[in-house]
Design a protein. Structure first.
Length: 205
C-alpha cells in the first residue's frame, strides 16, 4: 500500500472501524445480558412465594370392629417369637411417645410391637392396637406363650392397650404413665381387671 502524508491512515482507519464494530457488538451484548437479567429478577420478584407447609395433623385412627374368623397375620417362622422377646428386652427404658414407632424418638404400645415385628420378620403390622387384635389369631389366656400378644382396656375401650407376653405371667409394654418401656405382671391389680384378650402371631398350630 502507498504511504501517504498522514502515514498509514487508510489501514489504521480500517482497524479503527473493526475495533469500533467490536466495541459496538460488546456494548449490545452487555445490554442484552442486563435486560435478560432484569427480566429474570422481575419474574422472580413477581412470583408469590409458596406458603410454608403446615405440619401434619395427628389424628387418632377410628377403632375398627374386632372380628374373628378372618385370615390371620402370621410370623414367617415359629422361632421369630423367641427373637421378638429378645428384641423387646433391648427396648427396656425406651421413652414413651404418642404415635411413636422409632425407639430413638420414643414409642407407644402398638408402635413398639409393630416396630419389633418388622425388625424380626420384615413384616409390618398396623400401628394401632385394635387393628392388630383384629388380624391376629385369638387364643385363651391359659395358652399364652412368650412372644404372644396381650391386650387391655385402659381407656374405656377394649384393645386400647397392648404388650408382648414374656412368660411367667409377665409382659413388656410401652405405657404412657411413667413413660418408659418396662415389664409388668399380668396379675398386677391395674392390669388384671383390665385384661381384654390374648392373641398369637402364629396363624395356626
Amino acid at each position: 500500500m502507498a504511504r501517504s502524508r498522514s502515514g498509514w491512515k487508510p489501514e489504521l482507519g480500517r482497524r479503527g472501524a473493526a475495533r469500533s464494530n467490536k466495541e459496538h457488538t460488546h456494548v449490545n451484548l452487555q445490554r442484552l445480558l442486563v435486560a435478560a437479567a432484569a427480566t429474570v429478577l422481575t419474574a422472580c420478584a413477581g412470583a408469590p412465594s409458596a406458603p410454608p407447609a403446615e405440619p401434619p395433623q395427628r389424628t387418632i385412627p377410628r377403632q375398627p370392629e374386632i372380628r374373628d374368623g378372618r385370615a390371620y397375620f402370621s410370623l414367617l417362622r415359629p422361632g421369630d417369637r423367641e427373637q421378638l422377646v429378645i428384641s423387646a428386652f433391648n427396648l427396656l427404658g425406651t421413652g414413651y411417645r404418642f404415635g411413636g414407632r422409632n425407639p430413638d424418638a420414643g414409642v407407644d404400645c402398638s408402635g413398639m410391637v409393630s416396630y419389633l415385628v418388622e425388625v424380626v420378620s420384615g413384616q409390618r403390622l398396623p400401628h394401632n392396637a385394635a387393628r392388630i387384635a383384629s388380624i391376629t389369631r385369638p387364643i385363651a389366656r391359659a395358652k399364652l406363650e412368650a412372644g404372644d400378644l396381650v391386650f387391655f382396656n385402659t381407656n374405656g375401650r377394649p384393645f386400647s392397650h397392648m404388650g408382648i407376653y414374656l412368660g411367667d405371667d409377665r409382659f413388656i409394654h410401652a405405657p404412657s404413665r411413667r413413660g418408659r418401656v418396662r415389664v409388668e405382671r399380668m396379675d398386677n391389680r391395674y392390669f388384671a381387671k383390665r385384661f381384654s384378650a390374648a392373641r398369637t402371631l402364629l396363624a395356626g398350630e
